[in-house]
Design a protein around this ligand. Structure first.
Ligand SMILES: [Zn+2]
Length: 262
C-alpha cells in the first residue's frame, strides 16, 4: 500500500480513536455518544474544537483542562495513538481490497470493547449485538456482489451460532462443576460476533489463542503476586484472537496444524 494512503489511514485512525474515547467513556454509563458535546468532568468546561485535536491538543494543553487545569488522563492520547497504529497496520496487512473498510470497522469495534471490558468487566450489548448482525450482513452482501470477504453467508451465520454456543456450553459446564459463573454473557456475544465476521472455522482458533494468552498472562500475574483475587476479563483476549484471525487466518491455522503434526 502506498505511503500517503497508509498515512491518511493513520490520521483517520487518530480521529476514530478520539471518537472511541467518547464511546469507551459513555457507553457503559448509558450515555449518548453523539450529544452533548464533550466537557471537562471536573469543571464542565465545554471542549472547544481546537482543544479536541487528537494527541496534539493534549500536548498543547500539557495534559490539563483549559478551564480548570485539572489533569486529563494520558489514556486519551494513548487510545488515539493506539487506534492510529492499529488502523495503519490493519490497512498494511489487508491492502487496498474489499476487506479493508470492513476490517477497519471490526478493528475499531474490538478496540472499544477491549478498553470498556478492562474498565468495567462488561462488553456492552450496544456493540456486540449490532456487531453480530453487521458481520452477517457484510459477509452476505459482499458474497452476493461477487466479492466474498471473510466467510460465506452460511459460514457467517454458523459462526455466530457456534461462537455463542461453544462458550455457552463451557459456561454451563463451569457453572455446574464450580457452582459459580466463570464468564459473562458479553464474552459469549463477542465470540458470536467474531464468528459472524470471520466464519465458524475461525471460532476454535480464536478460543485457542484467547485461552493460551489468557492462561500465560494469568500465570505471569500470579507469579508477580497479583491477580489471585483479581478478576481478569476474557474479552480483550477474545478481541486479540479475533483480530489476529482477521489478519492471518491461513497462517495461524497452518501454523497450528504444523505444530500438531510435529
Ligand atoms: Zn476543567
Amino acid at each position: 500500500m502506498a505511503a500517503p494512503l497508509l498515512f491518511s489511514i493513520g490520521l483517520l485512525g487518530l480521529l476514530i480513536g478520539s471518537f472511541l474515547n467518547v464511546v469507551i467513556h459513555r457507553l457503559p454509563r448509558q450515555l449518548s455518544v453523539v450529544s452533548p458535546p464533550s466537557s471537562c468532568p471536573a469543571c464542565g468546561h465545554r471542549i472547544r474544537p481546537w482543544e479536541n485535536i487528537p494527541v496534539l491538543s493534549y500536548l498543547f494543553l500539557r495534559g490539563k483542562c483549559a478551564g480548570c487545569a485539572s489533569g486529563i488522563s494520558w489514556r486519551y492520547p494513548a487510545v488515539e495513538l493506539f487506534t492510529a497504529g492499529m488502523s495503519a497496520f490493519t490497512a498494511l496487512q489487508l491492502g487496498w481490497t474489499w476487506a479493508l473498510l470492513p476490517g477497519l470497522l471490526l478493528t475499531w469495534a474490538l478496540i472499544a470493547l477491549t478498553f470498556i471490558d478492562l474498565d468495567t468487566q462488561l462488553l456492552p450489548d450496544a456493540i456486540t449485538k449490532p456487531g453480530i448482525v453487521l458481520g452477517i450482513i457484510v459477509n452476505s452482501g459482499a458474497y452476493l456482489l461477487g466479492h466474498p470477504l471473510f466467510a460465506s453467508p452460511l459460514e457467517s451465520i454458523l459462526g455466530a451460532i457456534i461462537g455463542y454456543g461453544v462458550l455457552w456450553l463451557l459456561a454451563m459446564a463451569y457453572l455446574k462443576f464450580s457452582g459459580q459463573h466463570g464468564m459473562g454473557f458479553g464474552d459469549l456475544k463477542l465470540l458470536g460476533m467474531l464468528g459472524a465476521w470471520l466464519g465458524w472455522t475461525a471460532v476454535p482458533m480464536i478460543l485457542f489463542i484467547a485461552a493460551l494468552l489468557g492462561g500465560l498472562i494469568g500465570i505471569a500475574l500470579l507469579l508477580a503476586g497479583r491477580g489471585r483475587h483479581h478478576a481478569i476479563p476474557f474479552g480483550p483476549y477474545l478481541a486479540l484472537g479475533g483480530w489476529l484471525m482477521l489478519l492471518w487466518p491461513k497462517e495461524i491455522i497452518q501454523g497450528y496444524f504444523s505444530l500438531l503434526g510435529g
